[in-house]
Design a protein around this ligand. Sequence first.
Ligand SMILES: O=C(O)CCC(=O)C(=O)O
Length: 229
Amino acid sequence: MPTKEDIINTVKETGACCIPDFLSESELQEAREDLDKACADMGFGDQKSGERARLDSPDLLSYPGIERIFNHPETKELAAMFTGDEDPFVQEVVANRYYPPFPPLDPHMDENFGLVPPFMRLTWALFLDDTTAESGALCYVPGSHLRNYVDDAEADKQPPTDDEVEHADYVPIPLTAGTLVLRASDVWHSVKPINHLRRYLTGSYISRTRLTPWFKKDIERIITERAAQ
Ligand SMILES: O=C(O)CCC(=O)C(=O)O
């Protein structure tokens, strides 16, 4: 059983780490039921094959089976260890439901070169369905997040090229339902073609104390929007 320190070291070194069986069977079932309710309530009641429902709203927290996962003490503790911030900010509150068949997601990164200082932001995803290496696996390039950090010791470090990101060696992460995947938010990733129902909840935690001006503004915007809801 890896310790929390082992888990965080793995995320820092490789960009990702899986924690299987993060939820009990009953928690998993409640999360699935609540995600289906949220999809119906938020306009995806008649989702069709080949469509992706992406819900991006703090309203998801009003569903107890979903809220439990976003406020899970262990994820919070891991995020605090990763960011070095006692109380990192919950930046994203998102749920996804893909109805198969759905095409692969091309290799990409969520954060451009230099946007995120090292280990400032942790993304987690709690998967509600099994994925295999052939169907629906999230893939990543171990160590690629390190390419995205500006490094004072390497003044002429260049951003990765589109070609590098497209042709890197992507490793699939097959997993069972109930697995939590932690990833450095800027690790390069892609998704294999999806041939089965694929649902997950995902969020990100960002350090409050090491924010760059861009993120400071973005977080002020999120706080204002949430207060108005
Ligand atoms: O569905 C996933 O696992 C990843 C989705 C993704 O990379 C994206 O929406 O940018």
